[in-house]
Design a protein around this ligand. Structure first.
Ligand code: C2E
Ligand code: MG
Ligand code: MG
Ligand code: MG
Length: 287
């Protein structure tokens, strides 16, 4: 692209790429100290029951409050942390912190069974300490394993062999839920679902977007219908991501999706938000 636009553009694009690489390099180097200094924080986004809009739980989404660049989203630094292995201690911190938070909500709300979803990256999946760390965090906090859901992307599990699945199977056997995140984007073999120790499919936001047009994109409707039927016949729950409008919520509820997450209900926010939403039932039910 730059080449076709001529020499100047090429140099410009080159400089831009350099700047990006330098930033990437700088961010990568800054990660360990950032973790040490407590520059990471977690926002929580509610997961709601589609039938009545009540809060089912929350997903923990990590952010980096960078002293120079401001708040950075996970897409900016998780891939870097993955490459350097820092994702292991960072992920452990996220797990510890969000499980502690879930426990707080539960006691604030008089023992309500609020659930917490935590994302796992492929590197964490391969890390031998995953099961022991998770068990330790649960025991320390006193959170029931059934209140924790670990989210693994569909693409991380494509072609997964038994060795990779073993830790997830052990966690599932303890009662921890495993969700297949961004489902529908990974071109996985649907029959493969039977082998995976998952109990939740998180339907990717791209399907939700198909529900926005009026009438909804008929192909997306058929696909969602099919996925929901398959999931339910395998006794998997279906969560939809990225619900931004009431129309999407209504359509997806109609199609049988169980739980939902998205800006229509609430943006990711401070832990107190979840607590308040639970008490007030302020989350809109789909009309
Ligand atoms: P994800 O797990 O699929 O999380 C959902 C993403 O969609 C979040 O982006 C969330 O803020 C965003 N989102 C929620 N509702 C809406 C909506 O209605 N519309 C739109 N357009 N977006 C919505 P976020 O927070 O930037 O996180 C991006 C990804 O980073 C996550 O995708 C997850 O894969 C990864 N991530 C976040 N936190 C962690 C973590 O602690 N560990 C690891 N390994 N990965 C994480
Ligand atoms: Mg997720
Ligand atoms: Mg997702
Ligand atoms: Mg996603």
């Amino acid at each position: 692209r730059a080449k076709a636009a001529g020499g100047n553009r090429f140099e410009f694009a080159d400089a831009e790429a350099d700047a990006r690489a330098i930033t990437r390099h700088g961010l990568t180097n800054a990660l360990p100290a950032a973790l040490e200094r407590g520059e990471f924080f977690i926002e929580y986004q509610p997961l709601v029951h589609m039938h009545d809009g009540s809060v089912h739980g929350a997903e923990a989404l990590v952010r980096w409050s960078h002293p120079q660049y401001g708040v950075l989203g996970p897409d900016r630094f998780i891939p870097l942390a993955e490459r350097t292995g820092l994702i292991v201690p960072l992920g452990r911190w996220v797990l510890e912190e969000s499980v502690r938070q879930a426990r707080n909500w539960q006691s604030q709300l008089g023992g309500a069974a609020l659930r917490i979803n935590v994302n796992l990256s492929p590197t964490q999946l391969h890390h031998p300490g995953l099961v022991a760390d998770t068990v330790a965090v649960l025991e320390q906090s006193g959170l029931a394993p059934g209140a924790l859901c670990l989210e693994v992307t569909e693409s991380a599990l494509i072609g997964a062999d038994d060795e990779l699945l073993e830790p997830l199977r052990r966690l599932a056997a303890l009662g921890v839920d495993i969700a297949l995140d961004d489902f529908g984007t990974g071109y996985s073999n649907l029959a493969n679902l039977r082998r995976l120790p998952v109990s939740v499919l998180k339907l990717d936001r791209s399907f939700t977007q198909g529900m926005q047009q009026s009438p909804a994109n008929p192909v997306d409707v058929k696909i969602v219908e099919g996925i929901v039927a398959l999931a339910h016949s395998l006794e998997l729950a279906v969560t939809v991501e990225g619900v931004e409008t009431g129309a999407q919520a209504a359509q997806l509820r109609e199609l049988g999706c169980d739980t939902a997450q998205g800006w229509y209900y609430a943006r990711p926010g401070a832990p107190d938000r979840i607590h308040t939403l639970c008490l007030s039932d302020a989350v809109p039910a789909p009309s």
